[in-house]
Design a protein around this ligand. Structure first.
Ligand code: PLP
Length: 450
């Protein structure tokens, strides 16, 4: 513990260094306060209290330096307190902190919209609405799709995660913990099967999986009733499921022919994470609307809906907005984050990280039959853990491996409908040395829990 607060950012020593057990005494003290003052409904992955962070490490209040393989759930892709984010946010904070864009506008908002028009898939005319959270972006994409089509039904897929507000809870697949006890949910939301290659009873192509999705929606809802299909190009909370090649292109073709708005929820996959600017780029899929958040602003709360100009303009004047949407400090931070991604070619860095991590995970899979599947793309990689039959989800083992990593000072996350997926989302600003050491710890955690 230092007396002066540590400065974060990439200048922090990029090392794993444990000086107390995890969590240390000060973190435990803070956690007691948290227990008293914060509801238990807000979960905790790893109960260390953070004092500074940057590059690929988090430093806690006991002076431990931990390797970050989570990025605060795919948010700090450019690293915590990235210099361009800090400089622009501080400068903006000194000039003004809020006017409400709907009352008196400012350039920073429009600058972010210009960046998104340039970076998101497709070269059609685009407009962008800025908001505060991913869930809010998804809600607004649905509002826009309904206004544009004059239809009400919303299609989503199995294992989807779209947020925690009422509409997005309805769109999210998993009951516990996201929906349990919180109904009634918004109506007119319909769920269809997803392409989940590891769990298909027999191997099917992406096109065949798409036909199965389409068949359910056409027979059970009717294409003419559907305003939009909202889909994550790679499932996030649902288990880092990468659909079979051809699945998304076939859905793009069908939605286009049926007048259904295709909304790509790129909130977790976007902004270089998968090795492209957006995961849809991988197969050249051009959605009508794209929702973004998480990685967009280096840790500041900002979210967006970017889409075809004529669809975005389907909503009447005053029908979109919010007090804080596109806050000027968050916009300045986003411009700093995007500048960093461009200058440092972070899509290429995500591909390098994917190669390194993929190799390490393959080696773990060779040694441990509990690894049923290694999957993901770029710096969004995961392993699905199963029992002796090679199929039954083993959430207990995933939890044990993760807990072992935490004790050793490596921040890992789990996910998946069955809770049996270990996912890795390192900051793109991390070093190869930290990744190598981090995955040494992950490998040792598999050995220790075998
Ligand atoms: C995190 C996430 C959301 C919700 O974003 P919040 O900012 O937490 O509201 C929605 N969709 C996807 C794919 C996400 O990963």
């Amino acid at each position: 513990m230092t007396d002066t607060p540590a400065l974060g950012g990439p200048g922090l020593p990029q090392q794993r260094r444990l000086v107390t057990p995890i969590p240390g005494p000060r973190s435990q003290e803070s956690f007691e306060r948290r227990r008293r003052l914060v509801p238990q409904g807000v979960g905790t992955t790893l109960p260390v209290f953070v004092e500074a962070a940057g590059g690929g490490v988090l430093v806690d209040v006991d002076g431990n330096s931990l390797i970050d393989l989570a990025s605060g759930i795919a948010v700090t892709s450019v690293g915590n307190s990235a210099p361009a984010v800090v400089e622009r946010a501080v400068e903006q904070t000194r000039r003004f902190t809020h006017t409400c864009f709907m009352v008196t506008p400012y350039d920073g908002y429009v600058d972010v919209c210009e960046q998104l028009a340039d970076l998101t898939p497709g070269d059609h005319d685009k407009k962008t609405l800025l908001l505060n959270s991913g869930a809010e972006a998804v809600e607004n994409a649905v509002k826009i799709a309904r206004a544009h089509t004059g239809r009400t039904a919303v299609a989503v897929v199995d294992h989807a995660y779209h947020g925690r507000t009422n509409l997005t809870m309805a769109m999210t697949a998993k009951s516990m913990p996201y929906k349990h006890g919180f109904g009634p949910f918004a109506g007119e939301v319909y769920r269809a099967p997803m392409s989940y290659p590891f769990r298909e009873p027999t191997a099917i192509s992406g096109e065949q999986a798409a036909e199965r999705t389409i068949d359910v929606l056409e027979k059970q809802v009717g294409a003419a009733s559907l305003s939009c299909l909202v889909i994550e190009p790679i499932l996030g909370e649902g288990g880092f499921v990468v659909p079979a090649d051809g699945y998304l292109p076939r859905l793009r073709e069908w939605t286009e022919n049926s007048g259904i708005v295709l909304v790509a929820d790129e909130i977790q996959t976007g902004f270089c994470r998968t090795g492209d600017w957006f995961a849809c780029d991988h197969e050249g899929v051009v959605p009508d609307l794209v929702t973004t958040a998480k990685g967009i602003a280096g840790g500041f709360p900002l979210a967006a809906v970017t889409g075809r100009a004529e669809m975005m303009d389907a909503v009447h004047v005053g029908g979109l907005g919010g007090t804080y949407g596109g806050n000027p400090v968050a916009c300045a931070a986003a411009l700093g984050a995007i500048e960093t991604m461009r200058d440092e070619d972070l899509p290429a860095r995500a591909r390098e990280i994917g190669a390194l991590v993929g190799e390490r995970l393959a080696a773990i899979a060779d040694k441990h039959p509990a690894v049923g599947d290694v999957r993901g793309r770029g710096a969004m990689m995961a392993i699905e853990i199963v029992g002796a039959d090679g199929r039954t989800p083993d959430a207990a083992r995933a939890g044990a491996v993760s807990a072992h990593c935490h004790e050793q000072g490596v921040v890992t996350l789990t996910c998946g409908t069955y809770g049996n997926v270990l996912r890795f989302l390192p900051p793109l600003a991390t070093t190869d040395a930290l990744l190598t050491e981090g995955f040494d710890v992950v490998a040792a955690a598999f050995d220790a829990t075998a």
